[in-house]
Ligand binder design. Structure first.
Ligand SMILES: [Zn+2]
Length: 420
């Protein structure tokens, strides 16, 4: 009783209504094309109260002032396809609150302040989502799908949608893929039932796909998000038209393919300090074992996914040229070798390699990913949004790899610790 009272008092003392004014920064305009120099961001109770040039935005008298002079401020990055999972390095998997918050901390330290976890989330992830609308937040925000819908018959699938929908997920997830012929694919009558049942319950459906023909059939059936690249052939006008009709987002997840073959040798990024800052050392050591690397080199699937990546990159450029809504996503976290946070930066670099401009990559990784997720305010910094942002040393519009020059990350205006 006494302890509880004391904790309540301490809690109240440590979180008074607080106003912070970030000054001297360069902030991106809402189109993500130009910098406003010497800008002020006023944050009150975790949200942006005002943002703009110092000539227009006054620093409130009661504000704590924090100078970000000369730094490039972008909205917190948004990843529209990740997995906050049971994985914890080489230790046995455990879907615990501790492990969930650990992963959301890793994303945050890399500047990924909002993630859409697309399938397999358990109770701790749902709890983390319920707890995140608070001005004291200092880890990434999570939105989720819950269990991926399976089922051999339309009835089974509908029952499963009902069960998952009862937990109030943000989206329903299905997989329509045979994993290069290794297992049976979800049948059209089953996924049509899933989509119908989800829509009846006001939920959208994100579809894992590999083949162009499946993607088209899913779009005709009403699927609301294409959660991976088309990887068997180049996308065509029919696909583009189907996507455009309902502005369905396209999520490339190029790094998912990378993880399928890159550990056939030791990847260059294993020497990157930004990678090593968070990467699990046991996992990194395991991926360098010669027999493991040799097994991956010899795996037929690895070589097929490597070829698939080249098609995926061309398709991303085509999708972008056609004006489709592109949402950055990686599939990071599904396995220990898909490194959360770092893979998002690798993904953005690969999107640029595919031919997208830095403006296009940044939009796909902020405002457009937020639009894809339909999370109001995600990936933007305007009056009323949560003050989630990243301060960079170098200009990401000059080179998108400069999103790695992180000087600081703020979530709801709170600094995210970088040290481990
Ligand atoms: Zn996934």
């Amino acid at each position: 009783m006494h302890t509880l009272a004391l904790l309540l008092i301490l809690g109240a003392l440590s979180s008074p209504a607080q106003t912070t004014a970030f000054t001297g920064a360069r902030v991106l305009d809402s189109a993500g094309r130009r910098w406003t120099d010497n800008a002020v961001i006023v944050v009150r109770d975790g949200r942006v109260e005002a943002i703009g040039p110092a000539s227009r935005v006054r620093v409130p008298r009661d504000a704590q002032v924090k100078s970000l002079a000369g730094q490039y401020i972008i909205p917190g990055l948004v990843a529209a396809h990740v997995h906050v999972s049971a994985v914890q390095g080489t230790r046995p998997p455990a879907y615990t609150m501790e492990n969930t918050l650990r992963q959301l901390g890793v994303y945050a330290r890399y500047g990924i302040t909002t993630v859409w976890s697309l399938g397999g989330e358990q109770d701790p992830a749902f709890k983390a989502r319920e707890m995140q609308n608070t001005p004291t937040l200092d880890r990434a925000r999570i939105y989720l799908a819950g269990d991926v819908i399976t089922g051999k018959t339309p009835d089974e699938a509908r029952q499963m949608v009902a069960k998952v929908a009862a937990l109030k997920p943000d989206v329903i997830k299905i997989r329509v893929d045979d994993n290069l012929g290794a297992n049976p694919k979800m049948q059209p009558e089953v996924y049509r039932a899933v989509i119908d049942e989800a829509h009846k319950r006001g939920l959208r459906v994100a579809a894992h796909i590999f083949y162009l023909d499946d993607a088209k059939e899913l779009l005709r059936a009403g699927a609301d998000m294409i959660a991976h690249s088309v990887r068997d052939k180049e996308i065509d006008d029919e696909f583009v038209a189907l996507m455009r009709k309902r502005n369905v987002p396209y999520c490339p997840t190029l790094t998912r393919e990378v993880s399928a073959f890159v550990y056939e040798s030791t990847p260059a990024f294993f020497a990157d300090p930004l990678f090593l800052r968070e990467a699990d050392r046991d996992v990194v050591a395991r991926l360098q074992e010669p027999q493991r690397q040799e097994a991956m080199r010899k795996a037929v699937s690895a070589q097929r996914y490597k070829a698939g990546l080249e098609i995926a990159k061309r398709n991303l450029k085509r999708a972008s040229n056609a004006g489709l809504l592109i949402a950055m996503g990686t599939d990071s976290g599904a396995f220990a070798d898909r490194f959360q946070g770092y893979f998002e930066h690798l993904e953005m670099e690969m999107m640029a390699e595919s031919g997208l401009s830095p403006v296009q990559v940044l939009r796909a990784s902020t405002i457009d990913a937020g639009l894809a997720m339909r999370v109001p305010g995600a990936g933007t910094l305007t009056k009323g949004t949560w003050a989630d942002f990243v301060a960079l040393e170098r200009d990401p519009l000059a080179d998108v790899r400069n999103t790695r020059s992180i000087l600081g990350v703020w979530i709801a205006g709170n600094p995210v610790a970088h040290a481990r």
